[in-house]
Design a protein around this ligand. Structure first.
Ligand code: PMP
Length: 296
């Protein structure tokens, strides 16, 4: 699904067939989940294949490494150039890119001694599908920001995401919604959230969430479109009483929410601010005309 006999990935300075690339089973990331990664999308545009907000993604990768004492000796420019080469090797124009920084063999619980860098890419449709999501508020909360550094995109943090997603799916829902450890709305397992009430948007403030790059794009678009966005600490009850809601993330892009814990939103998706932003976002990433009109 992610690679075949023709796929090529980048690993520590070399472009290799994906099915011949190997790793060390004694690595710290493998045993303790101590590694850092990113998810970036490439889109076909009139200016050729373009990685959307690649600088922001690689700056976040570097920042995640710094926060976790992971020594990464690549610049944003080098990582960007390598990523475009990976896309070319695989003849991909519409793709999801997964850079992973993983740590060398080290069985002790000390700072990593060395790292490897892997960058691969594959064609991937909307991660959460195109249909409106039926969400379940998870019994698991997001990790407390004093337990981990929530702003970093770290492999081990996703144990929490997998638990929440599995719980939601096992109970017949499409996706989970996690609260923070005080019971306020936080985010999805791999996406940020917004909800709409009386013509304004609301989104959980930073502090207990991964501050997403798509969330930042939504904030920029909302400003250009004259939509007011409130940042705060909101309760599940606020969401149950909302008019509509959506998730946003690089892999998921912008996807509407139908219901939360079986409470169905009153406004039809086609009439929501989320739908307008979904259209604008799709044009922005593909560098299409009408977004230029918005930005003027
Ligand atoms: N929250 C979590 C937990 C995520 O994994 C992601 C995906 N990276 C996001 C939010 C959205 O972030 P972005 O828009 O930068 O992809």
């Amino acid at each position: 699904m992610y690679y075949n006999q023709d796929s090529v990935l980048f690993l520590d300075g070399e472009y290799k067939p994906a099915n011949q690339a190997t790793t060390d089973l004694y690595g710290q990331t493998m045993h303790y989940g101590y590694g850092v990664f990113e998810g970036i999308r490439a889109y076909p545009t009139t200016n050729g294949t373009r990685l959307f907000k690649v600088k922001e993604h690689y700056e976040r990768l570097k920042h995640s490494c710094e926060m976790y004492n992971i020594p990464l000796n690549y610049s944003v420019e080098e990582l960007t150039e390598i990523t475009y080469k990976v896309l070319e090797h695989n003849k991909l124009t519409d793709a999801y890119v997964r850079p992973l920084v993983f740590c060398s063999p080290n069985m002790s619980l000390t700072k990593p001694v060395g790292v490897s860098v892997m960058i691969c890419a594959w064609a991937w449709g909307a991660y959460l599908g195109e249909k409106l999501l039926r969400l379940k508020i998870a019994s698991f909360c997001r990790p407390h920001p004093r337990s981990i550094k929530i702003e970093a995109k770290v492999t081990g943090h996703y144990v929490n995401s997998i638990l929440a997603t599995s719980e939601a799916k096992d109970s017949g829902f499409d996706e989970a919604l996690l609260l923070d450890s005080d019971g306020f709305l936080a985010e999805g397992p791999g996406a940020n959230m917004f909800f709409e009430k009386n013509g304004e948007l609301y989104t959980p403030k930073t502090g207990n969430i991964l501050p997403g790059i798509t969330r930042a794009s939504v904030l920029e678009l909302a400003e250009k479109m004259g939509i007011k966005v409130n940042h705060g600490m909101y309760l599940p009850q606020d969401l149950y009483n909302a008019d509509s809601a959506f998730y946003c993330g690089t892999a998921a892009e912008i996807v509407g929410v139908a219901s939360v814990d079986h409470v169905v939103f009153g406004t039809e998706w086609k009439n929501t601010l989320g739908k307008k932003l979904q259209t604008a976002y799709s044009q922005l990433v593909r560098e299409e005309e009408s977004v230029l009109a918005i930005s003027n």
